[in-house]
Ligand binder design. Structure first.
Ligand code: NAI
Length: 495
């Protein structure tokens, strides 16, 4: 029977082709090719070098969409110029909203924790699309630059559901949400609120939340207390690397990017230009990512056999140059891969073997290509009313003088000046002379007559914006709205 599943394979740059060869050698030896056909696609440096700033050919994009699966080696991101990180572009373009990484102590990989006999075994599920990773940045004034941080309810729902679904599948009993909702009450607050809401659909799983800074400390002090942590994008990015450090580095941290339609499996380390082409690279991270892919497809038997062989090999002391005992000579990438292939069928002796099911349980059908962009929504029925606006202006006058000017200009508007803040701290009507200011103010206007909230639309505040724009340099405009009667905007520090 021909293989039933096609996977797009991008060999990557630097050490990419070497570690891909190593991993494919092991997979072929395990008979994975009976179920999986790999279709090579061109992505990375060679495409950037031809002047294509996407770093991937049209054919590669088409093939990934057809297969709905991509297995990839690391790729070089051009420094400077227009070329963006392919890894980030792929996740966003294909809606691979959940980045799943598994961190576990491995035999033969010595760490502070393995020496102290503290087992590390937990998952980080990171939101992959939103947050500051939209890269929406502007220079607002000569002195101030902004990066927009977007957190959406449906985007949060997707990643939380993916985390709970995975926890359920793996029998994980507790899931934590990491956040900074004590400071970013609305954005991280939304992420946390959606976590609690989605959790109600998974009553068998214990949930808790933890502030990100405490989480970092706890992970270092007591990693065994966590089984799965779900996080917003930037915080998840940082915690993922912290977690990789607990298990011996990025060379042992597999990664899956899962969406509703397309899934991408990759090593998290880079192209290691310092050792590229020398046959020295460690393929373990890519192999573990490949095992995540096999499990995603239901190839549970092959995944278990390969994982047991990997563990048995590591126990035997075989290692590449980046880890392992200095008393045992290291081997190259392919020799390491061949050692694992020769151990297929063996099980580890120092820890529990992974259960090998009697047969594969293939459960995979690539989803159909959507005809257009899908709109994802969480809140369909919410009512919003316009209650004012925050206008951001570039100026170097002091808060009191600024307020007097603005009050004069807005005297006939339905909105009155209620607050001026600088870098988020209120400096008018009250504030401290010790608060240093930069050339970028937020000035808040709210309805003089609150009972008119349902009558006035945004055009009244746009008219005010236009009037203020005649006198001041505007850098940004933010309508203030209440949602179902609750303010959809934060207060300034000190307000
Ligand atoms: P890197 O991960 O490539 O290298 C950091 C250090 O770790 C180097 O000393 C390297 O030799 C070592 N190392 C990494 N992977 C290894 C492996 N499998 N076996 C043995 N040693 C390994 O990070 P760096 O130097 O910051 O980035 C190099 C390039 O990789 C850049 O162009 C960057 O954009 C790209 N990159 C790509 C990623 C991806 O495709 N997922 C992720 C991170 C970086």
């Amino acid at each position: 029977m021909p293989p039933s599943i096609r996977v797009a394979l991008a060999r990557g740059d630097g050490i990419g082709p070497e570690i891909v060869d190593g991993v494919m050698h092991i997979m072929d030896a395990a008979g994975v090719a009976d179920h999986l056909e790999s279709v090579e696609v061109e992505m990375g440096k060679s495409v950037f070098d031809k002047g294509d700033s996407r770093g991937m050919t049209d054919e590669a994009i088409r093939t990934v969409e057809e297969c709905a699966l991509l297995f990839k080696g690391p790729m070089e991101t051009p420094k400077g110029g227009g070329g963006k990180s392919i890894n980030v572009s792929l996740r966003k373009m294909y809606g691979a909203f959940a980045n799943i990484r598994h961190f576990q102590s491995l035999p033969g990989v010595e760490t502070v924790y393995s020496r102290a006999d503290i087992p590390v075994d937990f998952y980080v599920v990171r939101e992959n699309i939103e947050d500051t990773y939209g890269g929406i940045e502007h220079r607002l004034t000569p002195d101030v630059v902004e990066c927009k941080r977007l957190i959406s309810a449906p985007g949060s729902d997707q990643v939380h559901r993916a985390a709970f679904h995975l926890a359920q599948r793996l029998g994980i009993e507790s899931v934590h949400c990491g956040h900074k909702a004590n400071i970013m009450k609305m954005s991280d607050g939304m992420f946390l609120e959606r976590f609690r809401t989605v959790a109600r659909d998974y009553p068998d799983i214990t949930v808790d939340d933890v502030i990100i800074d405490a989480l970092c400390m706890n992970l270092v002090l007591r990693p065994q207390n966590y089984k799965m942590v779900v996080l917003p994008n930037l915080q998840g990015d940082i915690v993922s690397d912290l977690a990789a450090g607990l298990v011996g580095g990025l060379g042992f941290a597999p990664s899956a990017n899962i969406g509703d339609r397309i899934a991408i499996f990759e090593a998290v380390h880079g192209t290691a230009p310092d050792i590229a082409g020398k046959g020295l690279a460690n393929p373990t991270s890519l192999l573990l990512s490949g095992l995540m892919m096999l499990r995603h497809l239901g190839l549970l038997k092959s995944a278990a056999i390969i994982e047991n062989a990997l563990l048995a090999t590591l126990e035997s002391g075989v290692h590449t140059g980046d880890f392992g005992s200095k008393d045992v000579p290291s081997v190259g990438t392919m020799e390491y891969a061949k050692a694992i292939a020769s151990n297929l069928g063996k099980v580890p002796g120092t820890r529990q073997a992974v259960h090998v099911p009697d047969s594969e349980a293939i459960d995979y059908t690539p989803s159909e290509r959507p005809r257009t962009n899908e709109l994802i929504r969480t809140f369909h029925q919410m009512t919003s009313t316009h209650v004012g606006c925050d206008i951001y202006i570039e100026d170097i006058m002091g808060p009191q003088e600024l307020a007097e000017n603005l009050q004069r200009i807005s005297a006939h508007s339905p909105f009155e000046l209620t607050m001026i803040s600088n870098r988020g701290t209120q400096v008018w009507p009250t504030g401290s002379a010790y608060t240093e200011c930069v050339d970028y103010y937020r000035v808040r206007f709210e309805l003089r007559d609150k009972s008119r909230a349902s009558q006035l639309g945004q055009s009244a505040s746009i008219a005010l914006l236009s009037t203020i724009g005649e006198r001041f340099a505007i850098t940004d405009f933010q309508p203030l709205r209440n949602y179902d009667g609750k303010p959809g905007y934060s207060l300034a520090q000190g307000q």
